[in-house]
Design a protein around this ligand. Sequence first.
Ligand code: COA
Length: 198
Amino acid sequence: MLPQELPVSPGEWPRSVGPLTLSLPDPAGIDAVLRWRNDPSVTQWLIQTRVDPESLKQEWLSSLTIPSQHVVIARLGDEVVASGSLWIVDGMGQVHGDPEAYSNREAGIDYLVDPRFRGRGFASLIAQTMLGLAFDELHLRRVAAGCFADNLASRRILEKSGMRLEQYGVRDSWHADHGWLDGCTYAMLAEEWASPQA
Ligand SMILES: CC(C)(COP(=O)(O)OP(=O)(O)OC[C@H]1O[C@@H](n2cnc3c(N)ncnc32)[C@H](O)[C@@H]1OP(=O)(O)O)[C@@H](O)C(=O)NCCC(=O)NCCS
């Protein structure tokens, strides 16, 4: 199947979002994220818990040249306080007909905030930015985000961003410490996205 043409790192970076400056990943920024990325309070509700620092560095720097992978690093002044990721996937369904219809048409998003900077709306700003990137700049048709149902802060961010709770899975999500837990999927379609710039 022919992948849809996608721009690498679309738009102008860095850009200001509220008090944050969002930029594409750079070695110093990734090193700063790694200072808190493997903190238990960060990994508690993540699917990918501890990450190998070198692997994360390679993965995020590679995203600069891989059109389906997008990572942003958020700074408050000189301090790296958060990150956001967006990864493009095929839409679910039949793999027949026009590949342009379903190939590389959707994205998943997530966000991480330095525990010292939680509760200041930074993840909400990043979620909005990733939705804008997906719909306004990459022209995707759907964005989805999954989380453990007990990750109440993340659920609130997704609800506030306007995404819809589309799936609530009863004990469908494995957690290494807590066993089978409930999981949620939130999503939004392009036509439901009301861009703040619109
Ligand atoms: C989840 C996380 C991203 C939140 O970041 P944050 O910058 O504090 O989020 P925000 O300040 O933008 O918004 C959090 C919202 O959740 C609410 N919230 C926080 N804890 C809550 C709780 N225990 N129960 C209900 N709501 C809660 C806050 O009040 C806020 O909502 P409000 O703006 O309506 O008041 C951050 O804690 C984190 O990085 N966690 C570890 C990684 C993670 O779980 N990422 C998500 C993967 S799905």
